[in-house]
Design a protein around this ligand. Structure first.
Ligand SMILES: Cc1ncc(CO)c(N)n1
Length: 228
């Protein structure tokens, strides 16, 4: 069993507060199928097309972080994340799909599954109606969950079939992004809620947003298992 990664204090606290959902997310059958190569290729491609659409809206939500930020550090983290998503992670999707004969135009215009729409619109709404921390609590399970899953599969995966996907999330660039998000979130929480942020009256509502987004990640994997 791989240990929890060290992405900081907020990560450890939120992860623990959502323990059961977090386990169901990071140890989902879809994840196991990526690790041992038993996930059917058709399910993977359907997932990847949906994930491309997901990342479009997820990038918009990080861009909203630039709007909601209150310090230059926060603006830098959010704008760097938009860059990493749009110019980095999404290339995996474009290249992998291109090898299966799916063009970028097809990816961009793919019909969005309800589970996909529910997740990204939930995150955007958390940002529209709330402050920077509300948005971050809803954005965080995506970043850190795939970081943890990448680390688990790099250690425990037994197949080469989905190696490129695994390496994207287990790799240094992505793991460094997880650590940087963790550092900045710890700072943002301390600046707004005080050093003892886990005991602030605002904390439970943030935990709830984190867990809701985690449940929506489980729904996203369920969608992937169901297939097209
Ligand atoms: C649904 C989902 N969650 C997290 C990530 C990681 O960025 C992703 N690409 N897709």
């Amino acid at each position: 069993m791989t240990n929890a990664p060290d992405y900081g204090r907020a990560f450890a606290a939120w992860r623990k507060a959502s323990e059961t959902s977090w386990r169901d997310y990071t140890r989902h059958d879809f994840v196991n199928g990526l690790g041992d190569g038993t996930l059917p290729r058709a399910n993977f491609i359907h997932y990847l097309i949906q994930d491309y659409v997901y990342l479009i809206h997820y990038s918009r939500a990080w861009a909203l972080g630039v709007v909601k930020a209150e310090t230059l550090d926060e603006m830098q983290l959010c704008s760097a994340t938009v860059d990493a998503l749009v110019n980095g992670e999404m290339q995996l999707h474009v290249q992998t799909c291109a090898r299966d004969g799916i063009s970028e135009a097809q990816l961009f215009s793919a019909a969005e599954e309800p589970e996909n729409m529910a997740y990204t619109r939930y995150v955007l709404e958390a940002g529209f109606s709330g402050g920077f921390l509300d948005l971050m609590a809803a954005l965080a399970p995506c970043v850190w969950g795939y970081g943890e899953i990448g680390a688990i599969l790099a250690n425990e995966g037994s197949s080469e079939t989905y190696r490129k996907w695994i390496d994207t999330y287990a790799g240094d660039d992505y793991q460094t992004a997880c650590v940087n998000v963790g550092k900045l979130l710890d700072q943002a929480l301390i600046a707004r809620l005080g050093d003892d942020f886990e005991n602030s009256p605002s904390w439970p509502a943030l935990c709830k947003k984190f867990e809701t987004a985690t449940r929506l990640e489980i729904g996203f994997w369920d969608m992937g298992m169901r297939g097209a």
